[in-house]
Write a protein that binds this ligand. Structure first.
Ligand code: PLP
Length: 358
């Protein structure tokens, strides 16, 4: 059966070679006579898988020695609470640039005074300039969402706060899409199911000095220090998801690492934006300086054509292009594993659809 080009925002397409490896390992992982799903998380086989994945992630992102890496459950959403619980204080600043930042801010409000220090325009089509952020020097941390998956708005680079207040980032939807200066951040967290693997696991990268301060009522599974002491295995981890993430990290390392990925991603995104911009039939509302390289939302001039666009795209082997219900239109998610050929096939289809309906 032919595979489609899958533009889903997450869970999202994975590299074919990773899926083939999973298939090959399914009945017998490296002579163990077991699949990874069936192994004890305490056994030497799984411990070696977990350690290798952690080491490979450290290499890929050039994570400095004074940062720890955790693989936790509950997705990025659990960390919306995990952040204020592990960094308790009176108040924190949130830069809200889309739906996910809004959710993170709302959840944090249960635990501290979560301030909106800056926000995008009404439709979240831009990133507020850092000089306009109304930061409170007494805040425990500043939280950003570097890529907003729904609106398709992305920070063009790593902000430099220039203060001792830790910068915390929900990197779920652009994690591993380009090199990141980890030292600019106190905490980075990212759900796996866009660029790093299957759903069910969330990576947390945290600077040493931010560990060991959790509020007393923090559930133990959300306590970063407790999880660190247990090698992220305070309870049974998402073993299978962790293993697949490890295969994705290997795939990234074998394919040139994050510099190469960044160049490919930039090429894919500009091909698609350039096509949209030269057309009167399609439109992307985001400020060009803040356009996401991962999630490209676009609207048809006549939304009465949305249905036929989606069904004909499906017939052409282009899947999951429907935009999020809160913004409508279309969204093409073009994460690392989307080949350039997928973007070209989408552009060809869009051109043909425009010629027939424009
Ligand atoms: N943050 C961002 C930027 C997302 O795109 C998502 C989407 O799934 C989430 C958080 C929520 O992640 P999870 O479903 O892993 O909790």
């Amino acid at each position: 059966m032919a595979r489609v080009f899958n533009f889903s925002a997450g869970p999202a397409t994975l590299p074919e070679s990773v899926l083939a490896q999973v298939r090959d390992d399914m009945l017998d992982w490296q002579g163990s006579g077991m699949s990874v799903m069936e192994m004890s998380h305490r056994g030497p086989e799984f411990v070696s898988i977990a350690e290798q994945a952690t080491q490979d992630l450290r290499t890929l992102l050039a994570v400095p020695d004074n940062y720890r890496i955790l693989f936790l459950q509950g997705g990025a959403t659990a960390q919306f609470a995990g952040v204020p619980l592990n960094l308790p204080g009176d108040r924190a600043d949130y830069i809200v640039t889309g739906n996910w930042g809004k959710k993170a801010h709302k959840e944090a409000g249960k635990y501290l005074d979560a301030r909106v220090a800056a926000t995008g325009d009404d439709g979240f089509t831009s990133i507020p300039d850092q000089s306009d952020w109304d930061l409170d020097a007494a805040s425990r941390y500043v939280h950003i969402t570097p890529n907003e998956t729904i609106q398709g708005v992305e920070f063009p680079n790593d902000p430099n706060l220039g203060s001792d207040v830790p910068l915390v980032a929900d990197m779920s939807s652009n994690f591993l899409s380009r090199p990141v200066d980890v030292s600019r951040y106190g905490v980075i967290y990212a759900g796996a199911q866009k660029n790093a693997g299957p759903a069910g696991i969330c990576m947390v990268i945290v600077r040493d000095d931010l560990l060991g301060h959790a509020a007393p009522a923090t559930p133990m599974v959300l306590d970063w220090q407790a999880q660190l002491e247990a090698d992220s295995m305070l309870n049974t981890p998402s073993c299978f998801a962790w293993y697949v993430c490890g295969l994705v990290f290997r795939w990234l390392l074998d394919n040139g690492g994050l510099e190469t990925m960044a160049a490919t991603n930039a090429r894919k995104a500009s091909r698609l934006y350039d096509f949209i911009d030269q057309s009167d039939f399609y439109r992307n509302p985001v400020d060009p300086a803040a356009r996401s390289r991962m999630n490209v939302p676009f609207l048809l001039a006549d939304d009465g054509l949305d249905k036929s666009f989606l069904s004909e795209a499906g017939e052409a082997g282009l899947s999951s292009l429907k935009g999020h219900r809160s913004v409508g239109g279309m969204r093409a998610s073009i994460y690392n594993a989307m080949p350039e050929a997928g973007v070209e096939a989408l552009i060809d289809f869009m051109r043909d659809f425009e010629q027939r309906n424009g």
